[in-house]
Write a protein that binds this ligand. Structure first.
Ligand SMILES: [Zn+2]
Ligand SMILES: [Zn+2]
Length: 275
């Protein structure tokens, strides 16, 4: 079994209205590309900030810029017009857990993917609102990121934690911490292990400035030691990015001794052998 669950039906660009992208024909393009690449388990996970309901959770200018669509229309489209699993990529916004739970509850997801794209108002993987222009030291940014990742796990809001070391997104183009990175990973590991959430291995990092899979091999080794289940995704935004460089991901998983992948249905998780 191979999976691709963290998939967007459209690029992060203007002029990507649901009328054009939330269509049976577009879903079929994704299904065909996935079949060609041996992906049986395919699901979509739109960014929560594309939905107007998200503004009840958070009012960051980035969210206000993007919130246009209706989350129930999205759910109905995936359920009624496609054979794809229904997911969403939701942010962890500390202090807003109740509001987030309200949006997520009762909408019939197969899985909810939890992400940290912002530390407070500062962005980790976007060059506006860039965390690296705030003057906060890299050690502090990395510590806070992984503390929040542990809290995101413990919030119980999510089934999978996306791109678990996204803080490395810019690679050496931005300040980099001086300590062994495992020091920072430790901040998150206990919360993740205790919460029974899965972590994502994402090949998206290979397309980003850092040029490596999320998470790093040492992070993954620590997670495997702690018995944390692994989900595999590409974070594709177009059909051609589905299963992007999965051969690299499968090799990494083999190296660290992962033999099974998390599979989701109606927010229930089971493990299936990789292959
Ligand atoms: Zn993301
Ligand atoms: Zn994504």
């Amino acid at each position: 079994m191979l999976t691709d669950y963290h998939v967007h039906l459209r690029p992060d660009q203007d002029d990507t209205p649901p009328e054009r992208y939330f269509t049976a024909a577009n879903a079929e393009r994704y299904r065909e590309a996935a079949s060609e690449r041996g992906i049986e388990e395919l699901g979509v996970a739109e960014h929560i900030h594309r939905f107007t309901q998200a503004l009840e959770i958070w009012q960051h200018p980035f969210w206000r810029r993007w919130a246009r669509d209706d989350v129930d229309d999205y759910c109905a489209f995936v359920r009624e017009q496609t054979d794809l699993k229904l997911g969403i990529e939701a942010d962890f916004i500390p202090g807003r857990e109740d509001r987030m739970a309200e949006l997520l509850d009762g909408r019939g997801w197969d899985y909810v993917i939890g992400s940290i794209h912002f530390l407070g108002d500062a962005a980790l993987d976007y060059d506006r609102y860039d965390v690296w222009t705030t003057g906060v030291s890299p050690d502090r940014v990395w510590s806070r990121y992984f503390e929040w990742l542990g809290e995101a796990a413990m919030s119980g809001l999510f089934d999978v934690l996306a791109h678990p070391d996204l803080v490395k997104h810019w690679g050496r183009e931005r300040p980099w911490p001086s300590r062994d990175l495992r020091y920072f990973y430790e901040h998150a590991m206990e919360g993740i292990a205790e919460s029974n959430v899965a972590i994502e291995v994402s090949t998206a990092g290979l397309r980003k400035p850092v040029g490596e899979i999320y998470p790093s091999q040492p992070f993954l080794e620590m997670a495997v030691d702690a018995g944390i289940p692994i989900a595999l995704s590409s974070d594709a935004h177009v059909p051609d990015q589905l299963a992007f460089r999965y051969e690299d991901a499968v090799k990494l998983l083999e190296e660290v001794g992962v033999q099974e992948l998390a599979v989701f249905e109606k927010r229930q998780r089971r493990l299936e052998p990789i292959g």
